[in-house]
Design a protein around this ligand. Structure first.
Ligand code: HEC
Ligand code: HEC
Ligand code: HEC
Ligand code: HEC
Ligand code: HEC
Length: 291
């Protein structure tokens, strides 16, 4: 039987197969890159807003707390965006003529809410909850970055599944005292900047985070050391008798059993236990976030 295709077409066929393979691989890589690119994840983008609201001015400049505007962040799944009334608390008096604030005044007079563009927006098939995270010692900054340094809001992290899982696999490295969740400049403990924590007795059934007290000021300065000093000071006139041995200083136990932590590793492990953080296996299972 005569050959229908000559030899060269055989080589061509092989070459085109190889080429197709390469193109498929290249496309795959490109799609993967694209899927992670800021263009898709919106990471770092500052969308146009009706009012150029600056967190830097209002948080760092004026010292407003996050909860002043995001009132439900500790109590519900949503942090919430403040109503116009919150802005008018101040802007009824301050910057009343500013052109920038026209949409705020307009909203106030018409009763129509300001329509902010969402910066963070998970797909609907993902379950997320703020109160769970902040009540277990994850600070706003761990997920949103230095909001106090943002003249315009942007997304610091990708919010992709891999980002959530990265923390869920090892939450200890991000746990901080719940008293520090709003602190934008919290730093892990070091030997030069230790953290002290005390856990009071476990109340039945109550979530435990509230039963842990932490401080960055040495709890062993006020009461305890003062008593030590009193014990060590020489007896005054009328006290003690000639030749009597000076009183032996007795170490005074700290009021609550404060433990000192000099690294995030130690602190994280302590908080992991006392906040009763679920095991990584549980919080990385699919139905945690896809219900
Ligand atoms: C004076 C009120 C006010 C305070 C205080 C405030 N915010 Fe906001 N925040 C807003 C407004 C208004 C928006 C919506 C406009 C925008 O995205 O900039 C917003 C948006 C956000 C968003 C993005 C919401 C989205 O669309 O995804 C985050 C995250 C956020 N704030 C975090 C914080 C944190 C963290 C703090 C404390 C450090 C804080 N905010 C303090 C008023 C406030
Ligand atoms: C506690 C008082 C207070 C509240 C509440 C407040 N502002 Fe302001 N705002 C100020 C002050 C003071 C300035 C002037 C800041 C400056 O120039 O340093 C200002 C400035 C502004 C400016 C001008 C641009 C800038 O950042 O300097 C905009 C826009 C603005 N505010 C929007 C808002 C919106 C929107 C809200 C409600 C979500 C709001 N503010 C809530 C006090 C407040
Ligand atoms: C574990 C990560 C994480 C922490 C911690 C966190 N957020 Fe968020 N935040 C998110 C995610 C994810 C979204 C997007 C939610 C969505 O689209 O459903 C979001 C959305 C928001 C929004 C937009 C409105 C809303 O409720 O969806 C605001 C405002 C906000 N966060 C403020 C805060 C503040 C203030 C804190 C600290 C008290 C904080 N967040 C702590 C991850 C976090
Ligand atoms: C920086 C760390 C961190 C990041 C980032 C984070 N989480 Fe979490 N998440 C935690 C911790 C800690 C818990 C508390 C687990 C517990 O209650 O024991 C938790 C709990 C949860 C829970 C409740 C689990 C349960 O069964 O009680 C859900 C749902 C959840 N996270 C969803 C998300 C989603 C979705 C994202 C990404 C958009 C995310 N988390 C990002 C640390 C994180
Ligand atoms: C800690 C929360 C969390 C857990 C646990 C989790 N996911 Fe996701 N998942 C997400 C988030 C957030 C997204 C949205 C990602 C985005 O918008 O890019 C997502 C997206 C997806 C998607 C859509 C495709 C994609 O990647 O965007 C699929 C499919 C998926 N998850 C499957 C799973 C399976 C299977 C498991 C269990 C092995 C799982 N997820 C566990 C948070 C989680």
């Amino acid at each position: 039987m005569p050959q229908i295709f000559d030899r060269s077409s055989n080589a061509l066929a092989r070459m085109s197969l190889v080429l197709t393979g390469l193109i498929v691989i290249a496309l795959g890589v490109m799609l993967d890159q694209l899927q992670r690119s800021p263009w898709v994840t919106r990471q770092g983008q500052r969308p146009d807003q009706p009012v150029p609201f600056s967190h830097e001015h209002h948080v760092q400049g004026l010292g407003l707390q996050c909860q002043y505007c995001h009132t439900t962040v500790e109590k519900s799944s949503y942090a919430g965006i403040p109503p116009t009334r919150t802005c008018m608390n101040c802007h009824a008096q301050i910057w009343t003529d500013a052109q920038l604030l026209e949409p705020v005044r307009n909203s106030w007079y018409t009763g129509q809410s300001i329509v902010w563009t969402k910066v963070h927006d998970l797909p609907d098939f993902v379950y997320f909850n703020h109160s769970i995270h902040v009540n277990k010692g994850i600070g706003c900054e761990s997920c949103h970055g230095r909001v106090d340094e943002m003249p315009l809001m942007y997304e610091q992290n990708t919010l992709q599944m891999e980002w959530c899982l990265n923390c869920h696999r090892n939450p200890a490295k991000n746990l901080r005292p719940t008293s520090e969740i709003y602190n934008m400049a919290w730093e892990e403990p070091t030997p030069y900047r230790p953290v002290w924590c005390a856990a009071t007795a476990d109340k039945t059934g109550v979530p435990t985070a509230q039963d842990v007290n932490c401080t960055t000021a040495n709890p062993d300065t006020g009461g305890a050391s003062a008593q030590m000093a009193a014990l060590q000071s020489p007896p005054g006139p009328g006290q003690g008798s000639e030749g009597a041995a000076p009183p032996i200083p007795v170490p005074v136990p700290l009021p609550a059993a404060y433990q000192k932590f000099t690294s995030q590793d130690e602190l994280g492990q302590f908080l992991l236990v006392h906040y009763k953080i679920k095991s990584p296996r549980l919080i990385t299972s699919c139905n945690t976030c896809h219900r």
